[in-house]
Design a protein around this ligand. Structure first.
Ligand SMILES: C[S@@+](CC[C@H](N)C(=O)[O-])C[C@H]1O[C@@H](n2cnc3c(N)ncnc32)[C@H](O)[C@@H]1O
Length: 257
């Protein structure tokens, strides 16, 4: 009986000891769950959308290569003030820029001049027909610092840690796999490299673009939250679009995914 009592007291003291030794809160701290992208599908969706939703936003259909003429329309400068967008990028000779969703190369060739002679522009698109237009323009203009790249819907096929700035004009909202694309884009950036979103402002009903092709600033910021990016600034001086700028940070949140 006495031996049993001693055993009980000893075991209680072991339990008590163990509990007292744990640093306060250590065992109770909730584990950070890895971010998993969820793509919902819905039947009630915008006719120009895909019926696929990411973080509450409907993903738009990809603009076909037949729309290249619209990208090169003469009134684009008057409508979008494209020449006022470029200074926001603060490009310098020697920069390596990726124009993802380059289309017909509207911005590709303008940026190629800004980073020449030492820098280059990587023109990424998933449509071979768009890259054929870019290749034609390279040959015609004897352009030395534009490199066309055929990407996939999940991967822009850029080398890790090599890019200073990624430009996404009117394209992110039509990525079928925005999370996977962003993971790869972040990997391709150099430390402190930047990703710049130029999207039509959904906050402004007067912007004459279909709703599914516009994005709220808050939505873009929300979708970048799981990634190793810091929102630096949003510029709103263009008539239809906002310029939303992020910088790569060292905290490698993507590794959690
Ligand atoms: C509306 S156009 C914009 C073209 C160009 N940025 C401009 O402003 O003139 C969108 C382009 O993004 C491309 N695109 C869509 N999803 C893509 C992806 N995951 N990776 C690369 N390009 C993509 C389309 O093929 C299309 O050429």
């Amino acid at each position: 009986m006495c031996a049993r009592l001693i055993l009980l007291l000893v075991s209680m003291s072991i339990i008590g000891h163990g509990t007292a030794q744990s640093p306060p809160g250590k065992d109770t701290e909730p584990k950070q769950e890895p971010f998993k992208p969820r793509y919902e599908t819905r039947k009630d969706h915008d006719p120009d959308g895909t019926g696929k939703f990411y973080m509450g936003r409907e993903i738009a259909q990809v603009m076909g290569h037949q729309g290249a003429g619209w990208l090169e329309r003469p009134e684009r400068e008057r409508e979008e003030h494209c020449s006022k967008m470029l200074p926001a990028l603060r490009l310098r000779n020697g920069d390596v820029v990726a124009d993802i969703g380059a289309g017909s190369g509207f911005y590709t060739f303008a940026m190629a001049q800004l980073v020449a002679p030492k820098g280059k522009v990587l023109a990424v698109d998933i449509q071979k027909e768009m890259l054929a237009i870019i290749n034609y323009r390279i040959r015609k203009g004897k352009v030395k610092n534009v490199q066309p790249i055929l990407g996939t819907v999940t991967n822009p096929k850029l080398k890790e840690g090599t890019v200073d700035l990624i430009l996404l004009v009117d394209v992110y909202h039509e990525f079928s796999h925005p999370y996977e694309m962003t993971v790869e884009m972040v990997k391709s950036l150099k430390p402190k490299g930047r990703i710049v979103f130029v999207e039509y402002r959904k906050e402004d009903k007067l912007v004459p673009i279909k709703e599914v092709h516009k994005m709220y600033e808050k939505q873009v910021i929300r979708e970048m939250e799981p990634h190793a990016l810091r929102h630096v600034e949003t510029q709103k001086h263009l008539p239809w679009q906002h310029i939303i700028i992020f910088e790569k940070i060292e905290a490698r949140k993507n590794d959690r995914g």
